[in-house]
Design a protein around this ligand. Structure first.
Ligand code: CA
Length: 521
């Protein structure tokens, strides 16, 4: 009897110990955050968005993430280009406020950034992959990043202490490995963590992992309706850009038409010209682009599997986005920059067990100025007053706040620059989109465009001068003025007028394209 009593006491005591061990203290209960990010991943090339490539099943792992979480249908960026997008991600501010208006100007690392705040509040913070902001990162317990654009193959990774050259390796694999390495060996497991995993893929020049290179070899990719857009009914900017598959895309560097290769031989045999050559280039571009997407998706799958197997997927918010969208032949283009939908939009997925309803879809207007605030809100940390976005936390919880934003503001600055996209700013409510291109060689220096996205989702007809839209234009101009005040758009950097170099570059591209295969050395 005495022994039995002792045994019962022992069991009760053990139970108490177990209970007190598993009882979470406030610090441990805070969720981990994993931010998965890619470069130039068009929503059209993400299966869950059910666009024209869906049947090719390019992203099974991201699709599963969306199924287990929430897919944002109306996620947009503030300035559709690589480095400014990352600056906005870290600061929660538009480009003119965080200072990183284009890929060239330096980023001021001393300014406030969400990861610094999370770190001050006990989070372990890490950044692995492409950040594209020169200089020493701040607010990360650990960072291991590609210098600048970085390389797909044989990438170098820079840490606070040294540089490692991963010979014979592909960046998508190394990024995944290094992320897992930090989770496994680098962090202090007594605290919650926030880790950013930033893939280089599928950025130009689209160099996939070996096992994916032939994956889409026999696939015929559906063409977009506007592959042969003649830019009629559009303004100077759409007509004078330098980002067409026809003229700007390079045979050797972009399409890997190396002398003597299969692609070279195919082109020689078929002797394609005009539209047929553009079609061939589009198919070849898509094969490499999609192989980069699928390779990255495979690697995201590896990371997700690791999280699951190690129980790190339960109290963790996993989010995925790209730094902006991309043209996959729409308007005859590749690249981004314009406020037109394909590059203005970005994929966005969030999974959070027991908080986000699986297989849910959000249709609010959200923008990359919202991410920093969202991370802070998830961590239960106070959001600085001067961040310019909105926390997505209520949306993740399935709420529909009455005072949610009705319009988005956009501003692109990098002109002169690659692809010759003119500076522009604009406003949209999701139905209509008003864009002002400025610094042009036209009377008043500027041109306006208005699109009715409901009637004209491909943005083929500028209806700015159509008298039926006088009121729409008036209202949107007023809204643009309001948003400029709200976001403090007072000092826009001076327009640089180095037209000469730009014109030469365009002429060179045109000549190279005309030369066809003979241009390939
Ligand atoms: Ca990008």
């Amino acid at each position: 009897m005495k022994i039995l009593k002792q045994l019962i006491t022992y069991i009760l005591l053990l139970g108490f110990v177990v209970v007190s061990c598993t009882k979470p203290n406030n610090k441990q209960a805070r969720p981990n955050i994993i931010w998965l990010f890619s470069d130039d991943h068009a929503y059209q090339a993400l299966g869950a968005y059910a666009d024209r490539f869906q049947q090719l099943n390019p992203t099974p792992n991201l699709d599963r993430l969306a199924k287990e979480g929430m897919l944002f249908e109306k996620a947009y960026v503030a300035n559709s280009i690589c480095a400014p997008s990352r600056a906005t991600l870290l600061t929660g501010k538009h480009s003119h406020i965080n200072g990183k208006v284009d890929n060239r100007v330096p980023f001021n690392h001393n300014q406030e950034q969400f990861q610094k705040i999370l770190q001050q509040h006990g989070y372990q913070t890490a950044m692995v992959g492409k950040i594209h902001l020169d200089g020493k990162l701040q607010g990360f317990n650990y960072w291991e990043v590609l210098p600048g654009q970085g390389n797909y193959w044989n990438p170098e990774f820079v840490t606070e202490k040294d540089t490692t050259h991963y010979k014979g390796r592909h960046s998508s694999e190394v990024i995944t490995e290094r992320a897992i390495n930090w989770l496994e060996n680098g962090r202090d497991t007594n605290n919650p963590f926030m880790m950013m995993v930033h893939y280089k893929a599928p950025h130009r020049k689209w160099e996939p992992m070996k096992r994916w290179q032939e994956h889409y070899k026999n696939v015929v990719f559906p063409e977009p309706e506007s592959l042969f857009d003649d830019y009629d009914h559009r303004g100077t900017a759409a007509k004078n850009q330098d980002m067409t598959i026809a003229y700007t895309m390079r045979m050797l560097e972009d399409l890997k038409v190396v002398k003597g290769s299969d692609r070279w031989n195919e082109l020689k045999t078929k002797n394609l010209t005009g539209k047929e050559l553009v079609r061939w280039k589009y198919q070849t571009y898509m094969r490499d682009y999609m192989a980069c997407v699928s390779g990255m998706d495979e690697q995201i799958g590896v990371l997700l599997k690791y999280l699951k197997e190690n129980g790190l997927d339960q109290n963790t918010v996993i989010m995925y986005a790209s730094d902006q969208g991309f043209y996959l032949g729409e308007h005859g283009w590749f690249d981004k920059r314009f406020m037109y939908e394909e590059s203005f939009r970005t994929p966005l997925i969030a999974k959070w067990p027991n908080v986000i309803t699986p297989n849910s879809c959000d249709k609010h207007l959200v923008q990359n100025i919202d991410f920093a605030e969202t991370f802070l809100d998830i961590a239960g940390v106070q959001i600085p007053q001067d961040m310019q976005g909105l926390s997505l936390l209520p949306l993740l919880k399935g709420k529909s706040p009455e005072d949610w934003r009705t319009h988005l503001y956009y501003h692109y600055y990098q002109y002169p620059g690659y692809h010759a996209v003119r500076r522009h700013e604009g406003v949209t409510d999701g139905h209509f989109k008003l864009i002002k291109f400025y610094g042009l060689d036209v009377p008043n220096d500027e041109e306006w465009e208005l699109y009715n996205l409901k009637n004209d989702p491909n943005e083929m007809r500028n209806v700015y001068s159509n008298t039926a839209y006088i009121k729409v234009v008036k209202d949107l101009k007023l809204k643009l003025k309001e948003l400029r005040m709200k976001y403090k758009v007072t000092q826009v950097p001076q327009v640089d007028r180095r037209k000469e170099t730009l014109k030469k570059r365009q002429e060179k591209n045109f000549k190279r394209a005309k030369n066809g295969l003979e241009g390939v050395k």
